[in-house]
Design a protein around this ligand. Sequence first.
Ligand code: 4NP
Length: 148
Amino acid sequence: MKILMVCLGNICRSPIAQGVMENIVKNENLDWIIDSAGTSSFHAGEGPDPRSVDIAKQNNIDISSQRSREITKQDLSDFDYIFAMDKSNYKDIEKMCDPSQKSKLKLFLKFGELENTDEVPDPYYTLGFDHVFELINTACKNIHKKLS
Ligand code: 4NP
């Protein structure tokens, strides 16, 4: 199983999603490959936002060595699932997809069966990293159950 987590900058939300899912994969001894990317190259080469590093660390997950990169066409063929953190990310990725690849693209929280929410809010200009972590953590647990 190869899973790609995608947000806009690949410094706030998708690095947390990668870290949380990698942690599940490690604890469950799965051979899944998890990665993350952004729909923009705004922060390419940079490490995650310190607020994301902190909230992950509080939950015993180290995401500090991740580096931001922009999603590529190759990713759309390489990965089995591409999870978009919000609807804007979804639309941007959808434009890059060949018709046959569209079925791999999912809204992360919808596929993760969250009730009442289908977007991970962009926390870059706001606070709320705790809330973002909780949403991502729940979705990752549900996705693990669903796919294993
Ligand atoms: P992310 O958050 O998409 O969760 O990584 C953002 C990071 C940077 C920007 C926007 C969102 N930015 O505009 O630079």
